[in-house]
Every structure is written in structure tokens, then in C-alpha cells.
Design a protein around this ligand. Sequence first.
Ligand code: FES
Length: 167
Amino acid sequence: MKKLNGEALKLIDEVVEAHKSEPGPVIVMLHEVQDKLGYIPFEAMEKIGNAAGVSAAEVFGVVNFYAQFTTEPKGKHVVNVCLGTACYVKGAQSLIDEAIALTGAEVNRTSADGLFSLDATRCLGACGLAPVCVIDGRVVGACTKKKIAEEINAIRSAEATQETLPA
Ligand code: FES
């Protein structure tokens, strides 16, 4: 597990300090840490648990229950594939498989290079466009393996170009 830097630990302490006397502080603190750090590190669960008088394991249970909380930093780009019924019957699994192969990220995880997070989601409410992917917040309807590959490859190329530009 990667150690948190001092700045992140200070931020967690400030969040805990600001909310520890409020009723039901766990959710409030988790939201704020998620907003500010982009994820909930284990150290935050410990500190929040200590302040609220519950164990880190109980806080972890809360984090696991709510889909908006994540326990690892998100990648720079987020690829969502809907695995709701309408999308699933139209081949969403093959889109997930393609995305895993191209991003190097497992489902609901971030790739080792930190470039991509791959999320499988439940119905996005756009079943008429099934199968649906959302790439960096942009909906790609009637998604195919070819389309998702083009999207991911375009992101990779753009990132590679940026890296080679002079600073
Ligand atoms: S099942 Fe995918 S948008 Fe509804």
C-alpha cells in the first residue's frame, strides 16, 4: 500500500477536526475526503473511525456500501461500461473485455500507469442507446468493440503527444 504524503494526512486531519462534533459525522467526512483527495485511503478510515468512536472496519463497510466512494485513486481517464440488462444482452461484456485489454485496468480498478480507471456500472438510464459506454463523462451510445478501441487509442495518442511536447 502506498504511503500517504504529509499534505494528504493534514487534509484528512482538517476534515475530521471540522466535522467530528456533528451528528452522523462518518458520511460527511467520507464525502469531503472523497471530494478533496478523489478517493478514501485507509488512513482516512482509521482517523474517521477514531473520531466517530467506531472501528476502521465499520467505516470500510460504509465505504464499500456506497458506490460514490472509492478506495483507490481514479485514473486520469475514466472508462465506464454499462452492465445493466439492456446493455449486457447487446454485448457489453465484450466491450469490458476489450477495455481491459486496451487500458490494462481490471474492472473497477485503475491501470498501473494511472492513466485509466475502468468502471462497470449499472443501468445509466439510456437503454435505448445500448450498449452504452461513458468515456471521461461523454456518452458513447451503440458502442462497439471498434468504437471503444478508437476512443481508448485516441486518449493514448493524445497523452503520448503531450508527453513529447516541450515544457
Ligand atoms: S442497461 Fe445500460 S443504459 Fe440501461
